[in-house]
Design a protein around this ligand. Structure first.
Ligand code: F6P
Length: 546
């Protein structure tokens, strides 16, 4: 693919950005009463108001042209059709097959994978049914009341945020905890609240080689046996999810207790697979299936909707506009919904592990920005923390606000306040407050003009800060599935525009290898002579404390 800077659309966008930087959204809204409605679209239960962005028709058209010139539609089709688009691991990328309700086959290496996808779903359904009904008994004949999900990265974040976001749909008889970090505090805190007779451990690791997950599972097993259980009881309380079934059984998992996943499911794209087993146990298989259904509907929307009404395409090209033409280096996610508080962390892995790269598919190095820093937290908390910077710093930080129009156990007073904060913030970011307005506000306070001018300068809000507002009727399983799939496709489309492989993660390998080497030195199994002085000193200090 030609270098992106050589495309016609890129040159057009560079010219347009010079002109846009001289304009203020405040003036666009004042002169165009139809702006909000023109830049609002909806699909799959999600409404996107993208009018508070630093765009006009010409910019949007040029962004869609860029997407076309970067063959975005071909990349979308290639993914859905099972082409080997993860070209460094020689794999297809088919998390979409996991939610393929079309009835059509999906061919990988000449074989339809749908029968195995459906067989795994049936296994998940049957197991969920047995546990939720109390039919599955533990080592002393008791039903399961506690699920401990052990996994990290995509084997943790997806199950955790979906379970958290769908709290109103959770089975009250089952309590689900998640353990990820190798910091022993995490698992000890969880085990301290467990009764081994009523606890089921779900160990999730696609590779079955992740140090944190293996160690946490060993600790859980040791704890379990220490409670008086014996080796034959383990099969009743430990199941595993992995693409490496052989390693799982060698680890001691009963073969019938291993839920398989295919290697063409990327970790950060895997909640739709058996990695979603903790979700099923928490909210029931039927609700999990609705999550899949919502994602499927977003898949169909993404494949078929023309760019101007295609939610993932719009979000993707807006991100490219800010990253490559408007100086943004990060993107903030602001879910104004407590149950979605984990969503920024989920998209952090989804986006940053996919597009935090600088090598294009043919091995060249990019000469432009690529994946942004993704961050954020639930609103309204951020307003009392980092919103100061978003409002008054000189860093352009595009924001995605998310708001459910209806919530379970809704309290109208609180919900109206939440809405007013969400919408008020997008308005303040867009229109700001001029020096003149601040100077006027300080009238009648007996201030000398110099002091009044000084204070007004501090109070001035530049505005022109871009935001998207995503509204959903309510965060039910289908809408959540659609929203997550929407962000998955946004990442795919941006990766296509930047010509990246969004589906490998070589950047995490070196840390793992060196970490294991440091561990050998800490344990005295290796000398430290090959280490830099800093790392050697840190290890020495650690060992002195022990
Ligand atoms: O962070 C690297 C990574 O491989 C992620 O992509 C993945 O989600 C996580 O580690 C856990 O991997 P696994 O599911 O193989 O334990």
């Amino acid at each position: 693919m030609e270098r992106i800077r050589h495309t016609q659309a890129w040159a057009k966008l560079e010219t347009l950005s010079t002109s846009v930087k001289r304009q203020h959204m405040r003036d666009w809204f004042a002169s165009d009463p139809d702006r909000a409605s023109r830049f609002t679209t909806a699909a799959c239960g999600i409404s996107l108001d993208y009018s508070k962005n630093r765009i006009n028709n010409a910019v949007l058209e040029a962004l869609f042209e860029l997407a076309q010139q970067r063959n975005v539609s071909d990349k979308i089709s290639a993914m859905f059709e099972g082409d080997i688009i993860n070209t460094t691991e020689n794999r297809a990328v088919l998390h979409t097959a996991l939610r393929n309700f079309s009835g059509k086959p999906v061919i990988v290496d000449g074989k339809d994978v749908m029968p195995s996808v459906l067989a795994t779903l049936e296994k998940m359904q049957a197991f969920t049914q047995r546990v939720q009904s109390g039919e599955h008994k533990g080592c002393t004949g008791k039903s399961i009341k506690k699920i401990v999900s052990i996994g990290i990265g995509g084997s943790f974040l997806g199950p955790k945020i979906v379970t958290e976001a769908l709290k109103p749909y959770q089975n009250k008889a089952l309590d689900v905890s998640f353990v990820a970090n190798v910091d022993g505090c995490h698992i000890q805190d969880v085990l301290a609240k467990c009764d081994h007779e009523e606890t089921l451990f779900v160990m999730s690791s696609k590779s079955f080689t992740t140090q944190e997950t293996l160690q946490n599972t060993l600790t859980a097993k040791a704890w379990f046996l220490k409670q008086g259980a014996n080796e034959t009881d383990i099969a009743k309380h430990f199941v595993a999810v992995s693409s490496n079934v052989k390693a799982a059984t060698e680890f001691g998992m009963e073969a019938s207790n291993v839920f398989p996943m295919a290697d063409w499911v990327g970790g950060r794209y895997s909640l739709w697979s058996a990695i979603g087993l903790p979700i099923c146990l928490a909210i029931g298989f039927d609700n999990f299936k609705l999550v899949l259904q919502g994602a499927y509907e977003m898949d169909e929307h993404t494949r078929t909707a023309p760019y101007p009404s295609n939610l993932p395409v719009i979000l993707a090209v807006l991100g490219v506009w800010y990253r490559n033409f408007m100086g943004a280096q990060s993107h903030v996610l602001l879910p104004y919904y407590h149950y979605l508080r984990g969503f920024p962390a989920y998209v952090q892995q989804l986006d940053m592990e996919s597009n935090g790269k600088t090598t294009t598919l043919n091995g060249a190095t990019v000469d432009h920005g690529t994946g942004p820093i993704i961050w954020g937290s639930e609103g309204t908390n951020g307003q009392h923390s980092f919103h100061q910077l978003i409002h008054q710093s000189n860093l352009p930080i595009p924001a995605d606000f998310m708001f459910p129009l209806k919530v379970a156990n809704q309290d109208d007073t609180h919900h109206a306040m939440l809405a007013s904060n969400c919408f008020g913030q997008t308005q303040a970011l867009m229109q700001g407050k001029t020096f003149e307005e601040c100077y006027q506000d300080l009238a009648g306070q007996g201030l000398a003009d110099e002091e009044r001018t000084r204070l007004a300068a501090h109070k001035t809000m530049p505005g022109n800060k871009p935001s998207n507002t995503l509204l959903f009727e309510q965060l039910d399983p289908k809408t959540l599935g659609a929203m997550i799939a929407m962000y998955e496709h946004k990442v795919l489309i941006q990766g296509a525009i930047w010509d990246l492989n969004s589906f490998d993660q070589w950047g995490v390998e070196l840390g793992k290898v060196l970490g294991n080497d440091v561990l050998d030195v800490i344990r005295g199994e290796k000398a430290d002579t090959h280490l830099d002085a800093s790392t050697a000193a840190l290890i020495k200090r650690f060992n002195q404390e022990k």
